[in-house]
Design a protein around this ligand. Sequence first.
Ligand code: SF4
Length: 279
Amino acid sequence: MKIIEYSVSKAISKSGMMELDYAINPYSGCFHRCLYCYAIDYTYQKDAASNWGEVIYVKKNIDLVLKRDIIGLPRGIVGLGTITDPYQPAEAIYRLSRKILEILLGNGFRVTVQTKSPLVTRDVDVLSAHRSTADVGITITTINRAKSITIETKTPSPSARIRALEKLNDEGIKTWIFLGPIVRNFNDDNENLRAIFEVAVSTGSRIIYDFYSPYRGANSMMERYLPGYDGRKVFNESNVWKSDLVGRIEKLAEKYNVECNSQKDEWMAERGYNFGKLF
Ligand code: SF4
């Protein structure tokens, strides 16, 4: 793996996601090397995009620039890790996500973190000091480790992620599971969905789910490395499969009494939590 440090002149940007006001990403490129990663298409450093998982760019001065950027910036919800994983292995060395949390939470912003790594539990002291304005989402696409390695090739195991959710929950930090992307005939079976809902119950987490989107870079990785994957079929994915899947997820949410939203509808839930009734 190659790590390249560079300096940025801007740390935080307006988010294009309706549930967020701002986005911040301390790393470009991601060691976890998930085949389905949409960030490949949004990584402008060509060597990182074309050797996905092998080249990581580190915004080494992001914390210093952030302190300047937030002067006079209206407070709002910040997504930490909207493009790449903020707790990928480089974070163990650089501690940029931790510094970002300290700055944003300490200055009245609300921060929502998304990761696949139990490294986030290193920062429970910061998170638990701001329980009302911080939450952590951990992605679990499949409970099955062998399957996870096939598609999320260098990520921590699902069981390590579950332990992280437990730890965060024990510390009173709000957690959610990102159940996604859901890929047809890969992780859409009832057994897997049921197991993930059971994790949500045992860790006090809500669930946000999303379907796989065949971005250009992801589709070419999936075609190359995921046995049996046919990108053309995915492009023509039938709505019948999607509506059947949504129906099964909704039934499980009701059965397990777990709050569950699609990524598409998540903004309404998120805005509702933070600013009261929307309509
Ligand atoms: S952890 Fe997230 S950012 Fe990293 S490769 Fe996987 S999907 Fe992409």
